[in-house]
Design a protein around this ligand. Structure first.
Ligand SMILES: [Zn+2]
Ligand SMILES: [Zn+2]
Length: 143
């Protein structure tokens, strides 16, 4: 239990009566220590290195879903991969800047929708609840 996200996860599970099972813990460890968004099959592969008795894929998918539904991790849709939430709190909007060159993802919060989007959702009588904006480009290191 070295990193911050795991400490928060432990506290969260404790307070909300969720079990921090070993697969859940390992999955979060792997996602939070990955420098780039990580795909489910890569998580499975890494897990096979730490477990003698490999957990079944559905167990792992459920563990991923668990952290996703509780906002500890985000899904980068364009890569079908997972990434730890930098804030690890409930927020409605995220913005991910994804570097084409090195694959780094920078998360910033995007909790207020720009006026142009607000106008168009209003016109359609649509209530926005969550949004992810993925912006591709070059990070400062790769420029
Ligand atoms: Zn986040
Ligand atoms: Zn880069």
């Amino acid at each position: 239990m070295k990193n911050k996200i795991l400490q928060k996860a432990l506290k969260f599970c404790d307070e909300n009566n969720h079990r921090l099972t070993e697969p859940r813990q390992r999955v979060l460890e792997i996602i939070s220590s990955s420098k780039k968004p990580i795909k489910a099959y890569e998580i499975l592969k890494k897990l096979s290195e730490v477990f003698d008795n490999n957990p079944k894929p559905p167990t792992i998918y459920r563990a991923i879903d668990f952290w996703h539904s509780h906002n500890f991790i985000h899904r980068i849709e364009s890569q079908n991969a997972y990434f730890p939430c930098v804030e690890n709190h409930l927020h409605e909007g995220s913005q991910f800047m994804i570097c084409d060159e090195c694959g780094k993802v920078i998360e910033t919060h995007f909790c207020d929708l720009p006026d142009t989007i607000k106008q168009s959702t209003k016109q359609k009588a649509f209530i926005p609840k969550k949004w992810n904006l993925e912006i591709k480009g070059l990070c400062g290191n790769c420029l």
